[in-house]
Design a protein around this ligand. Structure first.
Ligand code: FO1
Length: 340
């Protein structure tokens, strides 16, 4: 079985760990990871979603915070703050800095991000073998998500991470911009992974800034949408295998993060049904064949079936490897049901 997953950081990492536990040693997992959160900070290239995914799969992540390394220290970060370098509200731990320095060194030697990512993951050995699990940046070009937001009566453009971490998404966002997306292309291996997959899964990541920035997402009415990385949304639409998404929202709130504020920018409500409608039915030119939502949202099933999306209710909360594996198995079973 070759599974391709479109994922962001924290929620995506839990889901991919569950998928890895649900598959066998001969299977393969290709994770197309969002790179819109990436930035240059203190002269280093920081890739939050790739790092959250890598650390989680390596079992070295700080499960409490959901990002960074376990057992972290912040001695260098304190020095940077004293020098007034970097973002004082965005903590780069000492071990985490090791990753950013290694990545930047390889990038400066001319290595593309996809190859850098393979090298960084290779260090963690077993964690990425049996089933072979490969992290594929959505693009090797720098396509950063920036936010036009209003703060203290001023409208400014800020990097997504500033909006997300410094303002906690409280600065009223008017639009998301994928800077440089016009000159970008799908990362090497991403299109092939989607073409060769036996199943394609959309992880329960933020539908806008983690999935939408990869696949593209239309806005509602005049609300601006997201173009996504050229070639990836198309590769998914052309795939001859089922595409099954997992709702990141239960009731009217995301399981974690701030998807509500992000969906609002594109004009969507925050609900499992709204997220599915945002992705759209593949039969209608959208992305989905199937959708898993929480048992609490089972009332939305008939409407989704009516929209051409095979939907099922399942326990969505990933509390540990058992529940994550169960969720991944539910997604694979829905895909199998769609295939037959
Ligand atoms: N999130 C925070 O809320 N506070 C931080 O100081 C912070 C630092 C940080 C450093 C490296 C990294 O890879 C991620 C970091 N994050 C932090 C999380 C980050 O905002 C999220 O991983 C995603 O980018 C949002 O989806």
């Amino acid at each position: 079985m070759r599974a391709a997953v479109i994922a962001g950081g924290v929620g995506g990492a839990k889901f991919v760990k569950g998928l890895r536990a649900a598959l066998g040693p001969e299977d393969r997992i290709s994770v197309v990871v969002n790179t819109g959160d990436d930035m240059w900070l203190t002269g280093l290239r920081v890739c939050p979603d790739l790092d959250s995914m890598m650390y989680a799969l390596a079992g070295m992540n700080d499960a409490e915070r959901g990002w960074g390394r376990e057992g972290e220290s912040e001695r260098v970060s304190a020095e940077l703050a004293e020098y007034g370098v970097g973002w004082p509200w965005f903590t780069l731990g000492d071990l985490d800095l090791g990753t950013h320095i290694a990545r930047t060194a390889m990038l400066q030697e001319g290595m593309p991000l996809s190859e850098v990512t393979d090298r960084l993951c290779a260090r963690w050995g077993e964690a990425f073998r049996a089933p072979r699990t490969r992290l594929l940046p959505a693009t090797d070009q720098e396509v950063e998500t920036w936010v036009t937001a209003e703060e203290d009566g001023q409208v400014t453009e800020m990097h997504f991470e500033e909006w997300w971490v410094r303002t906690r998404a409280s600065a009223r966002a008017q639009r998301f911009v994928q800077r440089g997306v016009e000159q970008a292309g799908a990362g090497p291996g991403a299109r092939e992974a989607l073409a060769e997959a036996d199943v394609i899964l959309l992880a329960p990541s933020n539908p806008v800034v983690s999935i939408g920035t990869v696949l593209g997402l239309p806005g509602v009415g005049e609300r601006p949408g997201l173009p996504g990385i050229p070639g990836i949304g198309e590769a998914l639409r052309e795939a001859a295998v089922p595409v099954v998404g997992v709702s990141p929202i239960i009731g009217t709130a995301p399981v974690q993060g701030m998807a509500r504020q992000c969906l609002e920018v594109l004009g969507y409500d925050c609900s499992a049904a709204a997220a599915a409608q945002a992705y759209g039915a593949r039969a209608g030119g959208g992305l989905l064949d199937g959708w898993l939502l929480a048992e609490e949202d089972a009332a939305a099933l008939p409407a989704l079936e009516g929209a051409g999306i095979r939907a099922r209710a399942a326990p969505l909360r990933m509390r540990d490897e058992t529940t994550s594996r169960r969720l991944a198995q539910d997604a694979l079973e829905l895909a199998a049901a769609i295939s037959s």
